[in-house]
Design a protein around this ligand. Structure first.
Ligand code: SF4
Ligand code: SF4
Length: 328
């Protein structure tokens, strides 16, 4: 999926530029962003059909130790509160254990894991790394039906995810307040993200009854029309309809808390983007352009957000971002 394709789709569907929909006061980034999201590589043990970065076992893009050092410098210097580590499968970066141990000395660490990898003996020790650093874990799991999950993530993945999840619970995850498991729920098909507060009790009960797995929070987000998901919509001729649905459900309240206002996204090579969707689309890097530049700066200037059609996803319905609904 390319940005141009999304722009043409919005033009065909008669959707005005997103920048015209957002109030001036919500069009700027914070001078004190709280979250630094870092993609440590595209290699993944899985190759999910909805992956928006086309990650998989054959990808070899990997954040170097030098770039990780720049990330740690920026994380410490600019007062970010959260380092949010993502991939690919972050566990497959050879420097990940060192990186997490160092980051946890500075601030709170999140890792977005698929959990299935923790069943591989080569990566099972990462449970110890998470445990000793009180890493907050995010896992994407949209239903408790094995055939559905296996269809999207690959045969056998459901059982591995649940098995690793139970091991984390046995270590106190989702039981001890300092050991958090967040589940990210994205709807099947073209529905908008449901209300996470309403869905959470049912989800918790179902996954506990069916698989004896426990979670701390459920977060819901809307699918972004990028990567494999966006390509499929385009192939099936449903991209315009999807973008129109997002526009028809535009919620001005959701623009008060856009993820890009308080978060920066860093690619494996150190380039900085407004958010993970811009990263996936290969949009022009934000300013400063690299994590090295950011680490060298004395402070982070506020800047106008470069809105595009992909932003419709963040402001539809209850709003959407990497940490779920933005209107609660
Ligand atoms: S587990 Fe995540 S990163 Fe890996 S292929 Fe699936 S969606 Fe992509
Ligand atoms: S898509 Fe990215 S840049 Fe656009 S509103 Fe959402 S977080 Fe901000």
């Amino acid at each position: 999926m390319e940005m141009k394709t999304l722009e043409e789709s919005c033009e065909r569907a008669g959707i005005p530029p997103f920048g015209q929909l957002v109030g001036e006061e919500f069009s700027f980034t914070s001078e004190h962003p709280t979250n630094l999201q870092v993609n440590v590589g595209y290699r993944c043990n899985l190759a999910c059909t909805h992956c928006f970065l086309d990650c998989g076992p054959m990808r070899d893009e990997c954040m170097s130790r030098e770039t990780m050092e720049d990330v740690l410098r920026a994380f410490a210097k600019h007062g970010f509160r959260v380092l949010d580590i993502t991939g690919g499968s972050p566990e497959m970066n050879p420097n990940i254990e060192w990186f997490i141990d160092e980051a946890a000395k500075i601030g709170h660490v999140i890792v977005r894991s698929n959990f299935a990898i923790l069943e591989d003996p080569n990566y099972a020790h990462m449970i110890d790394v998470y445990d000793r650093n009180n890493v907050e874990l995010f896992v994407s799991m949209s239903c408790s039906e094995e055939p559905t999950v296996d269809k999207v993530r690959g045969k056998g993945s459901y059982k591995k995810i649940c098995s690793a999840w139970r091991k984390l619970n046995e270590r106190g995850y989702a039981r001890d307040p300092e050991k958090v498991i967040d589940v990210l729920f994205t709807p099947a098909g073209e529905s908008l993200a449901p209300d996470q507060a309403k869905l959470e009790p049912t989800y918790k009960t179902n996954i506990k009854n069916i698989e004896d797995c426990e979670l701390t929070h459920l977060y819901c987000s809307t699918n972004v029309a990028v990567g494999r998901y966006g390509d499929r919509l385009e192939r099936e001729g449903r991209l315009d309809e999807y973008q129109r649905k997002l526009y028809d459900n535009f919620n001005p309240d959701a623009t008060r808390n856009l993820m890009c206002a308080y978060q920066m996204n860093v690619d494996y090579d150190g380039r900085i983007y407004e958010c993970d969707s811009y990263h996936a689309l290969g949009a022009d890097p934000a300013m400063p352009q690299t994590i090295g530049e950011l680490a060298d700066m004395d402070s982070i200037p506020s800047r106008r957000i470069n809105f595009t059609p992909v932003c419709l996803t963040c402001a539809a319905g209850a709003g959407s971002g990497c940490s779920g609904n933005t209107v609660c």
